[in-house]
Design a protein around this ligand. Structure first.
Ligand code: ADE
Length: 226
């Protein structure tokens, strides 16, 4: 899979791409990440990429031409603009992105980008959540990480991606490992019992009670959008 990232800060991605499974997926040729800096297409000695908004108001808006010139050659790819005004990112979206051979993630900065870019060069707008960051870079890094672990062969144990939170629409049960007691804090007895039926029942109960307590919306929504 190829991921293009359009960003004014390509260096932002240096270390996230050099860690853990992302690094390995790139080394193994499963993933290719290419950054594209719109400033390369900016004009003038100052390479201006933003300007004041028409109609007035605070902040600066990313200009149309540098982004248009950056995105035009990527017209055959699925182009995603990262913005708090987009559809909230979820697992179903990552599943869909992971099936695509090539995707382009467009990071905004400043107050926004000229809306004509969205109209003519963007297929989908996506938000990381109901909060405002300085730009789309963190969201792009989140998508890369969420997609990598779905690429066949990118992580060791494919079963572990399937049983997880958000695919089953329930949160995961708590996990424990050795030692069974630390400073008097004990692992639940059932997990040490060797009774696999009891363990599975306990885990199912934990998933349900956690979800009801923390994310009742996941249960209310279940089945409504597949
Ligand atoms: N850029 C700024 N805030 C963002 C958010 N919440 N999601 C995606 N891109 C953003």
């Amino acid at each position: 899979m190829r991921v293009n990232i359009v960003t004014l800060f390509p260096e932002y991605f240096d270390s996230p791409l050099e860690v853990s499974f992302v690094r390995r997926a790139i080394a193994d040729g499963l993933l290719e990440v290419v950054t594209h800096d719109p400033r390369m297409h900016a004009k003038g000695a100052h390479r201006q990429i933003d300007d004041a908004p028409f109609g007035g108001g605070a902040g600066m808006v990313m200009m149309i031409e540098p982004l248009a010139k950056t995105l035009e050659p990527l017209a055959d790819t699925h182009r995603v603009f990262l913005t708090p005004a987009g559809t909230p990112l979820d697992q179903a979206m990552l599943d869909r992105f992971a099936t695509m051979p090539e995707i382009t993630l467009v990071c905004g900065r400043y107050e926004g980008i000229d809306e004509r870019i969205v109209e003519h060069f963007i297929d989908e707008e996506v938000s990381l959540g109901d909060f405002v960051l300085l730009g789309g870079e963190v969201a792009a890094a989140a998508i890369v990480e969420g997609v990598v672990r779905l690429l066949p062969g990118a992580i060791g144990n494919p079963a572990s991606t399937e049983s997880e939170s958000f695919r089953s629409q329930l949160l995961e049960e708590p996990q424990y490992t050795r030692p069974s007691e630390y400073r008097g804090w004990k692992v639940p007895d059932v997990l040490l019992s060797g009774d696999h039926g009891a363990i599975e029942r306990w885990r199912a109960e934990q998933r349900l009670s956690r979800t009801l307590e923390r994310r009742p919306d996941l249960i209310d929504d279940e089945g409504s959008d597949g």
